[in-house]
Design a protein around this ligand. Sequence first.
Ligand code: MN
Length: 236
Amino acid sequence: MQYVIPAWELPSIPVIGTSERFPVRHIYCVGRNYAEHAKEMGGDATKEPPFFFMKPADSIVPVVPPDVGRVPYPMATKNFHHELELVVAIGRSGVRFSPADAQALVYGYAVGLDMTRRDLQADMREKKRPWDIGKSFANAAPIAPIHPASATGTLSRGEIVLEVNGQPRQRGDLADMVWDVPDMLAFLSQLYRLEPGDLIFTGTPAGVGPVVVGDRLNGRIAGLTSLAIEIVSAES
Ligand code: MN
């Protein structure tokens, strides 16, 4: 294939137990999927269907322990927030499927961070404009290696914890999701054909908050590889 400008590398994520990688196609994210987080954002998720937004595939920052991922403090914000999330990786194509059929599409799971320019998101929300500038930007989606579901089984419960500089900030359990993974995938498949390579960030528990340059974040979910990042200055 000849391109008129140099082509870039396909974004991809290491898979535990193999030298092969998972190529990333689309990144879908679910909003307000833990009741306590919905409350802290000023809403009530329990009565609403799930809603979705997207990040660009090349916003991923793959991090393999013992490495600590370097996430530059992004431009245009003064309120850069962490949202620790279970990420579901899709391995098969499917559209308009039922929750009962959803698990067959799941390739695996990873620990991810839905990094957010909260001030821009809040401003857009207030003006009833799209959230994109709050959620979609370079390095907005740090992610640890993927664990195949063939090894983990279906993940529907388990502790999810984020520490910043060793202090707990977010804590919850996957079982506390308002819309569990099969339900949210079934909902999403009414809007889009899910494709191999798609990632779904499944929402964050309560305790989101700001980070600054020099902060060390450590996110973990029971049974998965932990994710460690440091916020570095944009110039470095
Ligand atoms: Mn989120």
